[in-house]
Design a binder for this molecule. Structure first.
Ligand code: HEM
Ligand code: FES
Length: 353
């Protein structure tokens, strides 16, 4: 948030997160080198440099699979939210690992020829006729450029300069990077004779990343149901929303809306789009009575969509009303920071979970 905001309640946790993350990275590297070194006969054993190069690539690939899974996992189960708060740190750590892999490969395989290493990456391979010549390294190079763009713009400064919408679109390129890495593996390590990466690694990764995204998409859809009544839409089964937790409602042709139920069974609706990096507010929860973004913890008052003083961020609010016992949402957004009453479904309070 403006005013030099420090994300809520995460400073100590952030340190623990980073320590655990780097312990995991170092362990994954060590296990990878040890297992790969021990699993081949001495005559076929790759050099120590190649073992480290591969371990960096493999550790990066594992991290990428974790990073891509965090969003859908947190959507499916809120106990994964702490991972989401600090996903940016994992992203930058991932970039450091794959950058080391890329630079190492550039110098180890391309550093001793007549061409400069980058030209050599694009010209030394290039035919699909022989397995050993599949052009898999340019694919890794382009993926690395994408991850560089993402890591370099991960700071809030770039979010402010580029605007949350463009910033978010830029960071969606992670899926293009993932696709290029899959091809890098499929045309490279999988084709090596003998292959040191089994085929099922690629299928398992696709099933993991794709399966989680599809599952969370369908699980989310069930939550979005509502019946149109002109400018008003009915929020189905509002008492199924847990206290202190949000629900995302899709409004045709507009930004999504986040509906929250307070501990006093009052309901309020604000824009789903966080002012920080367009995180999905409706997937967050209420901490200390404030709607808290699941991504980096920016907070907003449900009463008026404004961040508590001294912070200045504001999101749009929406009117709610009760008609014939149903909770209705007015789909016309009120200007950011507009107060409007929270609505109590008094008659239904006894059904509360
Ligand atoms: C400048 C960019 C890159 C270059 C030049 C490059 C080059 C290479 C080379 C030469 C290998 C084969 C190593 C060997 O078996 O001897 C390799 C394998 C690999 N690379 Fe890259 N790479 C780049 C970027 C990336 C990126 C961004 C990732 C992302 C995760 C990645 C992941 C991997 C993986 C998982 C392997 C397989 C490791 C194994 O065989 O166990 N690479 N890369
Ligand atoms: S706090 Fe970063 S996107 Fe909401």
């Amino acid at each position: 948030m403006s005013q030099g905001y420090v994300p809520v309640q995460w400073n100590r946790n952030k340190k623990i997160y980073d320590i655990v993350l780097w312990l995991g990275i170092v362990t994954a590297m060590a296990v990878n080198v040890a297992v790969a070194g021990a699993s081949v006969s001495a005559s076929l054993a790759p050099s120590d440099e190649i073992l480290v190069l591969r371990a960096l690539g493999d550790t990066g690939f594992i991290l990428l699979n974790i990073i891509l899974a965090i969003g859908p996992l947190a959507r499916l189960n809120r106990c994964f939210l702490p991972l989401l708060y600090n996903r940016r740190h994992m992203g930058v750590s991932f970039f450091v690992i794959v950058l080391a892999h890329g630079i190492f490969a550039l110098f180890w395989y391309h550093g001793f020829g007549v061409q400069d290493p980058i030209t050599s990456v694009f010209t030394s391979q290039g035919t699909l006729e022989t397995v050993s010549d599949y052009p898999f390294q340019p694919l890794g190079f382009v993926a690395l450029l994408i991850f560089f763009l993402m890591a370099a713009t991960s700071h809030d400064f770039w979010n402010a300069v580029l605007g949350p919408k463009f910033w978010k679109s830029l960071h969606m390129l992670v899926y293009a990077g993932y696709a290029l890495v899959l091809l890098h593996l499929a045309l490279g390590a999988l084709q090596a004779e003998p292959s040191h990466v089994p085929n099922w690694v690629l299928f398992a990764s696709l099933a993991w990343v794709g399966g989680l995204h599809l599952t969370s998409m369908f699980a989310g859809k069930a939550d979005l149901s509502k019946v149109n009544r002109g400018a008003w839409v009915e929020i189905l089964d509002p008492m199924a929303i847990e206290r202190g937790v949000g629900r995302v409602v899709e409004v045709k042709g507009q930004e999504r809306v986040a509906i929250f139920r307070t501990d006093n069974d009052e309901f309020g609706a604000i824009s789903n789009v966080c002012r920080h990096q367009a995180g999905p507010l409706g997937e967050g929860c209420m901490i200390d009575g404030l709607v808290t973004c699941p991504w980096h913890g920016f907070q907003y008052q449900l009463e008026d969509g404004a961040s508590p003083p001294p912070f200045e961020e504001k999101v749009a609010t929406y009117e709610l009303k009760v008609e014939n016992g149903s909770l209705l949402l007015n789909t016309t957004a009120l200007p950011p920071g507009t107060p409007r009453p929270l609505i109590k479904l008094a008659d239904h309070a006894s059904e509360a979970s």
